[in-house]
Design a protein around this ligand. Structure first.
Ligand code: SF4
Length: 694
């Protein structure tokens, strides 16, 4: 330790990148972080962290951290910024109605931030329309669980990675996307079979027991085929089936999905499909299914996720160790946004349409009931469309970067011209979206504020302030409070001056819900217990929470009948199939464990940048490349019907002939992608469009 830098204390904080929710032990000197190491005793990461976690402090000190509010790119003071926010948005609302402004938030802020932001925007500003970038990553799973089980409740605990005999990863690449979850798989001592269903031979597929390189977007057909074989061969778990409804209709529906009919569509043989069906229905084995964006980011994602749920229900792989239809979430607090962002659900996982729920929220918050909307507002894509047709005139973006990440990126740039007023609130003033702002609000980031995140296995964990935010930057929580003070009519928010106070509101909102956390007294309890998975109602408080807990162990689902539902639909046609002019299927996805989404933060770390190419690259099969006369590492043009970009061609036998792969971390990639959406969840379909390469 260099002289003068020896730490004088330590604290802990959950990592602020991905949904794994690793805890980091942070060394402090004079209250400021000087270093970190993974927590050895936390039940999530057991002493491990990925490169992003190790570099979490480094990215807080970058030169482009915003330290003052900006109006049209010029520094100003907070008083002027707050007045500008309120004057401009109120003028728009006075002229065009309350719903003429909207917000788009994130999965990166705390539960307490979500609560305050969602309450202010919907009950204070009075707009109906707000959504999160979480629509881009996990809306599919939310709707799938809610429709099938009656509540958006992922059932698993990370111990299931270690307690499973057969782990099926479908549209998931945890070896790089969730590296610490993958380490949990590596801890499995049951000699498990690991199956990867993915068009690409990903890093995970390369070390799997079995790789199923299906034809892109044949996943729904493949899953129905497995169900067909399981029914045909009588490999049903009757005990599990007794707690479900709709199975007879499902059996009728499956008649069209014999492997003889579907194998060519899936790019598999009949024997391969039949042996996979036997493997995932082996009554002597614990089978778990894990999915991420390959399933979620699809124009038929909800039914695909439910096809996995159906398989688990019919084979009894739910509510037991090492089982489950398990969606892995992306961002550090996407799960918090599902419960507390006040966008798709009313605060606390309630329904806007339910009068009793509205009355409960009204009573708990001290807000008049007529200020609580009776339906959710527009989804992300619908907000963009409403701006395009002139219905929404003002937009407030918090901690997300749609001018890089939105599926129709050019459309986003186009709608900027239609907006009267754009506010961006972020840690960094250099993002592609911040550069467009009329008003920029400088925000503290992870490490500079307190609050809670919920990880993929429903575990509440605490984040702590370990650094002073630069200049005038404020936490999102304080920014919203300041805006609400200036806006007027938001006195009810004064009840929760700090994140710790707001946590008490979260508890009250959760009472009686499947996500009830009334048994958690405070942040200190969460830190001492190593986080707590919801639910943890007050009645459970007599005993410490078990370190690992899963749902549906007694088979009680949350539907009115208490039974899980079989839900299914025939596959839809591809939104943009390949053709003579655009003969390649473009797949996009995560390219590395060292970069995060649009590189807004991770791009600031010299170490993380060294672990990843600076220039955009395209993975192409060597046979295709040679046929087109393309050398390895040669610059190529990739064109879709919407745009054309350049990238370095990498020879990659891991992609199939006729397919190419671009990592999502580079800003140009989403100029190409095609905007199609799942009809149930409005989740964009990033995983398939037609391109040409030259
Ligand atoms: Fe952070 Fe996720 Fe890496 Fe864990 S795996 S250190 S939570 S980014």
């Amino acid at each position: 330790v260099p002289a003068g830098l020896a730490p004088d204390s330590t604290t802990t904080s959950v990592c602020g990148y991905c949904s794994t929710g690793c805890r980091l032990k942070i060394s402090l000197k004079g209250g400021q972080a000087v270093n970190l190491t993974p927590s050895a005793n936390y039940p999530v990461n057991l002493g491990m962290a990925c490169p992003k976690g190790w570099e979490a402090l480094a990215v807080l000190d970058s030169d482009d951290r915003a330290s003052a509010p900006l109006i049209n790119g010029k520094p100003t003071d907070w008083n002027t910024a707050l007045d500008t926010f309120c004057d401009r948005f109120q003028a728009i609302q006075n002229k065009h109605g309350k719903d003429s402004v909207a917000f788009i938030s994130t999965g990166q802020i705390t539960c307490e931030d979500f609560f305050l932001l969602g309450s202010f925007a919907k009950f204070g500003m009075g707009t109906k329309h707000g959504d999160g970038n979480t629509r881009q990553c996990m809306a599919t799973s939310v709707v799938a669980y809610k429709q099938s089980f009656g509540f958006d409740a992922p059932p698993y605990t990370y111990a299931d990675f270690e307690e499973s005999d057969v782990l099926v990863f479908i549209g998931a690449n945890p070896a790089i996307a969730h590296p610490i979850m993958w380490q949990r798989v590596m801890n499995n001592t049951r000699d498990p079979k690991i199956v990867v269903i993915d068009p690409r031979r990903t890093e995970t597929a390369q070390v799997a027991t079995r790789h199923v390189p299906l034809t892109p977007k044949s996943d729904l057909i493949l899953l129905y085929t497995l169900a067909h074989c399981i029914v045909r061969d009588g490999r049903i778990d009757e005990e599990s089936l007794a707690r479900t409804e709709g199975f007879e209709d499902f059996c009728d529906f499956l008649k069209d999905y014999s492997p003889e009919k579907t194998a060519p569509k899936c790019g598999q043989t009949v024997a391969e499909l039949e042996s996979l069906a036997r493997l995932v229905s082996d009554p002597g084995k614990r089978v778990s299914w894990w999915w991420t964006m390959g399933v979620n980011q699809s124009y038929e994602g909800v039914r695909t996720a439910q096809a996995i749920i159906n398989l688990c229900l019919m084979t009894g792989n739910i509510g037991k160790p090492g089982t489950g239809p398990n969606s892995i979430t992306g961002q550090c607090n996407a799960m918090g946004s599902r419960l507390f962002s006040n966008t798709t659900n009313l605060l606390g996982g309630h329904d806007f349409a339910n009068p009793e729920h509205r009355a409960k929220v009204s009573r708990l918050l001290g807000v008049e009931e007529d200020r609580i909307q009776d339906s959710p507002g527009y989804a992300y894509d619908q907000i963009i469309e409403a701006i395009d047709r002139g219905e929404i005139k003002g937009l407030w973006i918090i901690a997300t970067n749609p001018n890089h990440s939105w599926i129709a990126q050019k459309k986003f740039a186009h709608i900027r011209e239609k907006l009267d007023f754009l506010v961006v609130q972020d840690m960094y003033q250099s993002t592609e979206t911040a550069q467009m702002a009329d008003l920029f609000l400088p925000a503290a980031g992870w490490g500079e504020k307190d609050g809670t995140f919920i990880n993929s296995e429903r575990r509440f964990g605490v984040i702590r302030q370990v650094k002073q935010a630069p200049g005038q930057a404020l936490s999102d929580f304080r920014i919203v409070h300041a805006l609400a003070d200036r806006w007027g009519g938001c006195e009810f928010l004064k009840q929760w001056p700090t994140p710790a106070d707001a946590f008490q509101a979260l508890k009250a909102l959760s009472e009686g819900q499947p996500c009830d956390i009334t048994g958690i007294p405070d942040y200190q309890f969460l830190e001492e217990q190593g986080g707590v998975q919801w639910p943890f109602p007050a009645a459970a408080n007599a005993a410490p929470p078990a370190k690992e807990r899963r749902l549906y162990e007694e088979g009680n689902y949350y539907t009115p009948s208490r039974k899980a539902k079989f839900l299914f639909d025939h596959p839809s046609p591809l939104a943009e199939p390949t053709c003579e002019d655009f003969p390649f299927i473009l797949l996009t996805g995560r390219g590395t464990s060292s970069q995060w989404h649009t590189q807004t933060r991770t791009g600031k770390s010299k170490i993380l940048r060294k672990l990843y190419p600076e220039e955009c690259y395209l993975e192409i099969h060597p046979d295709d490349a040679r046929r087109l006369g393309i050398a390895d590492r040669q610059t190529v043009t990739i064109a879709s019907r919407r745009a054309s970009i350049t990238a370095l061609a990498y020879y990659a036998p891991t992609v199939q002939p006729g397919q190419v792969f671009l990592p999502m971390h580079y800003p140009e990639v989403n100029q190409l992608t095609h905007a199609s959406f799942d009809p149930h969840s409005r989740q964009p379909s990033y995983k398939y469009c037609a391109v040409k390469v030259s």
